[in-house]
Design a protein around this ligand. Structure first.
Ligand code: ZN
Length: 270
């Protein structure tokens, strides 16, 4: 079974797409490499990464959800903002990870043996603004609380790119007890906007894996509309949660064809 597909995005940046159609990113510097997220944990991601680079590899998890931390147990050195530890613990329960795998066509036959066990050893904390120098490329971590409390966007400084991941995208979920309400999330986005001049490309972990730069303004606009009670408020069920889309969607995305939307639980609309 082939678990991964590889795309080279720039001299220092690779995208690794796992069979469940979630991707992670590998940044290769002159001295070391950093894997940003680890997918759902369906294959031996460590061995695969070693076919791409011979530099020592450490891992940064953008947040604690199962489709980002799945293969973290394979690596020696792993970082994640500790604000997301409760999320990591809850979403790391094997039965829950397996249930998610079985919802996808390509992995619906999986048993727990097909998943890398959830990491139990140390995860080092990272804080907002922390930088990692890999040699010729620096990763600056920006906390964008909203989807989860500790979620971070890695800014690849010299590459002039940023990974928004699940923090800001075409369908940001503000859905469970760990998610922020819309006004707190909007403040996080306004903080993220301060970095807008530092990047030209936005990458994500799902769907088309990238977005145009106007994405951020479009999601901020969605927040404003929800807070003013003027959004489309379209009911939508996602992962068993009754949510509302700020802008009306069909199977292809926003009906007005713009990118950027939030799917929020009613109690987050404040
Ligand atoms: Zn997530």
């Amino acid at each position: 079974m082939t678990y991964y597909q590889l795309e080279k995005l720039s001299e220092r940046l690779y995208r690794i797409i796992e069979i469940g159609d979630v991707c992670c990113y590998l940044v290769v510097g002159e001295n070391k490499a950093c894997l940003l997220d680890t997918g759902c944990g369906y294959g031996n991601l460590k061995e695969y990464v070693e076919t791409i680079t011979d530099k020592p590899v450490f891992v940064i998890l953008t947040h604690g959800h199962h489709d980002h931390m799945g293969a973290a147990a394979l690596f020696d050195e792993v970082y994640m903002n500790h604000d997301d530890m409760p999320v990591f613990k809850e979403f790391g329960v094997m039965q829950r990870r397996l249930q998610d795998a079985r919802e996808h066509e390509k992995t619906k036959h999986f048993t727990s043996k097909d998943l890398i066990p959830t990491r139990e050893s140390e995860i080092k904390d990272i804080r907002d603004g922390e930088e990692f120098d890999l040699g010729g490329i620096t990763i600056k971590m920006i906390q964008v609380k909203g989807h989860t409390p500790g979620i971070m966007c890695p800014l690849l400084v010299e590459d002039r790119s940023i990974i928004f991941g699940d923090a800001c995208g075409v369908s940001v979920l503000l859905f469970d007890k760990y998610s922020s309400n819309v006004s707190e999330y909007k403040n996080s986005l306004l903080k993220l906007k301060q970095y807008e001049e530092k990047y030209d490309r936005i990458y994500r972990n799902h769907g088309t894996f990238w977005s145009p730069k106007e994405l951020l303004d479009n999601v901020i606009e969605c927040c404003d509309l929800v807070l003013e009670g003027k959004d489309d408020h379209q009911p939508t069920m996602i992962h068993g949660f009754e949510l509302f889309a700020a802008k009306s969607i069909n199977e292809f995305g926003r009906i007005d064809k713009k990118q950027g939307n939030i799917m929020y639980a009613m109690e987050k609309a404040r």
